[in-house]
Design a protein around this ligand. Structure first.
Ligand code: SUG
Length: 439
């Protein structure tokens, strides 16, 4: 069956700010409290989408979630009118107000785990919303994410949307950021690699390990994946403690190629052997391992070399790495990329994109997209309003230019009129995506 990979990027919401909310995410901690520019952030994200659309790829988008999340504030005991809730939360629990306003749904690699229909027992495309249970601000996302996915992938002849796993540390799940699908070509049956940071019930020292093996296994079972085509690998403790809070900070894969840092997995040889066994009869795995002697783990995490999109571009015979400009600005990673493309390996070109606003919260090009491999029939059956063309990108950018602020600091969130601003902007954006039902 022929199929294409559709990147569903997150539309960056009007409350994008540097809240310092993510323990273990070095960029989030470093830039905490800085001035953000939500308008520039959203425009940068859309320009990345435009670049890939112009290259001939199918580009989708997922809407920003409603912020502030009044349910959270109500659960914390704040009552009254919206205005009173915000004023009271600002006075009594300012951190909770930042949590309620977080625009973290922009990182759609964490929205869900996706298995294409070629891999699943019932021949449907399966999506499981991630519970994101480790970080409070991210744990708020899944109910609204599930609603978005249902609105977009609502046709149950083609799609199965699963609600998030139970909200408990044993089931901690961060979605596609810890999942890689490898294959011969997109429409063929593939191998799904799930990377976890700890076992259920295990407590780890250092930065939080946000994914359990139990969560990964539960998603794989729910999607009806063949066990002989599924691999579970442990992320290295060293990577997590160096700031790789998701596997996609140290690893990215596409079709038959796995591009990863030497320190990404606890057992590299074992992981590669399991992948080769699972791929037998389907394709030959092409691992591209970056040694620490060429790029230190620190530089890999600072530059986000691996948090790039690895893409099959129409008309190009080798893969293209769409990397953040920070990779160009970091000497070791720039030198590595120059050598990479001059060799004859599977990656033939590196293209740099500016997503600095998101990067400063620890989100590179790969964090900003959820990959969904879709057949023609599935493409036709999904909600068409989220499939982008240039006119729709222009329309979204026009709304952003007229409704988003170009300067926001966490202290601005105390302004009760900002909540109305965010709601009106979101409603206008949903209208462009023909998703008014989510308002
Ligand atoms: O979960 N940052 C996100 C970044 C997610 C990146 N996603 C992937 N690697 N796929 C996180 O840590 C920071 C928010 C703040 O501090 O305001 C934040 O949530």
């Amino acid at each position: 069956m022929s199929a294409v990979e559709v990147n569903f990027d997150g539309l960056i919401g009007p409350s994008h700010n540097y809240g310092g909310l993510s323990d273990g995410n070095l960029a989030s901690a470093r830039n905490s409290g800085d001035v953000s520019n939500p308008r520039e952030a959203a425009l940068q994200g859309l320009e990345k989408m435009r670049t890939l659309l112009k290259a001939g790829l199918v580009q989708g988008i997922l809407p920003a979630l409603p912020r502030p999340n009044f349910d959270l504030l109500a659960s914390a005991g704040f009552g009254g009118s919206d205005r009173q809730i915000i004023e009271r939360a600002a006075a009594q629990a300012p951190r909770l107000l930042k949590v309620a306003y977080s625009a973290s749904s922009m990182w759609t690699a964490n929205a869900a785990t996706v298995s294409p229909s070629a891999d699943t027992q019932d021949g449907r495309l399966h999506l499981t919303a991630a519970n994101l249970s480790t970080m409070l601000h991210r744990s708020l996302e899944h109910p609204d994410t599930t609603a978005s996915l249902q609105a977009i992938f609502g046709d149950d002849r083609h799609f199965a949307v699963h609600a998030a796993l139970p909200m408990h540390a044993d089931f901690a799940d961060e979605g596609a950021a810890n999942h890689v699908r490898l294959c011969g070509s997109h429409g063929d049956a593939g191998v799904e690699l799930f990377v976890y940071g700890r076992e259920a019930g295990e407590s780890t020292a250092g930065f939080p390990a946000r994914q359990t093996r139990l969560a990964a296994e539960s998603v794989a079972r729910g999607h009806g994946l063949a066990s002989e085509r599924t691999v579970f690998a442990r992320q290295s403790v060293a990577a997590i403690n160096a700031g790789a809070f998701h596997n996609d900070v140290v690893c990215v894969g596409a079709v038959d190629t796995l591009f990863f840092h030497e320190a990404a997995f606890e057992d590299t040889a074992g992981t590669l052997a399991s992948l080769r066994r699972a791929a037998e009869g389907l394709f030959e795995l092409k691992p591209v391992m970056v040694p620490a002697s060429k790029v230190s783990l620190e530089d890999a995490i600072r530059s986000y070399l691996f948090n790039s999109q690895l893409l099959v571009m129409p008309g190009e015979d080798r893969l293209v790495l769409v990397a953040p400009t920070e990779v160009q600005d970091t000497e070791s990673t720039r030198a590595y990329c120059d050598r990479l493309v001059s060799g004859n390996g599977p990656i033939g070109r590196v293209e740099y994109v500016d997503v600095r606003q998101s990067m400063r919260n620890g989100g590179g090009p790969a964090c900003l997209r959820l990959r969904v491999v879709m057949t023609d029939a599935e493409l036709a059956a999904c909600h068409q309003g989220v499939l982008l063309n240039e006119a729709r990108i222009d329309a979204l950018q026009a709304v952003i230019r007229s409704t988003y602020r170009d300067r926001l600091v966490p202290d601005d969130l105390v302004d009760p009129t900002f909540a109305d601003e965010c709601r009106l902007a979101r409603e206008a954006l949903l209208a462009v995506l023909e998703l008014e039902e989510l308002a």
